[in-house]
Design a protein around this ligand. Sequence first.
Ligand code: 5GP
Length: 210
Amino acid sequence: MSVDPLTETADTVCRHDSPGSLFIVSGPSGAGKGTLVRALLDRVPGIWLSVSATTRPPRPGEIDGVHYVFLSGEEFDRLVAEDGLLEWAEVHGNRYGTLRMPVEERLERGEIVVLEIDPQGAAQVKEKMPESVLVFIEPPSFDELRDRLVKRGSETPEQIERRLRTAREELAIAGTYDYVVINDDVEQATDELAAIVTTCARQRHSGQKD
Ligand code: 5GP
């Protein structure tokens, strides 16, 4: 679904049963979720992006608490046992999870919250919080996805093949999402993502006042 039918579906997708608005941006690795989410934050003021916990070691330039909260396997186990994660999943051999408390606190305050997570985690959050809005970021083609992963240069050839196998499965579920944004042109895809977020957030806000 592109942004055009947004106004038709906004009533059904953007439900009003939570004070804040939770958006889950998901899709295959290499589809450009990170780039689009950063562009969204620049475009729409007042959005809070959740910082995930992970057992993956930091890449050069990544800062603990900014890009991720980097944890040991034992620390991650403890968080899971304490029910400190809203969702978690193993992605490409490492564990990633959304810290529950900061997300819940911001939603209670009525803020717009964005999670940038993999499709396994997205499904868990949608099940627990059906009022959340699921947005699937789709690469223009499978070949383009392979090119982007190769150009990014942060994975070995084996890791790229593994990510592409996972991507094939993930692309099959795009139709189950509330919205699909095709990331062919970053500007246009950002426009669509921003329109989804602002329209839903506005709807929810006006719904609360009714
Ligand atoms: P990367 O290691 O490249 O930063 O991220 C790998 C994948 O993990 C990406 O698809 C990213 O969206 C996903 N991811 C990041 N944080 C979370 C999280 O908190 N939960 C889940 N389920 N996936 C995450």
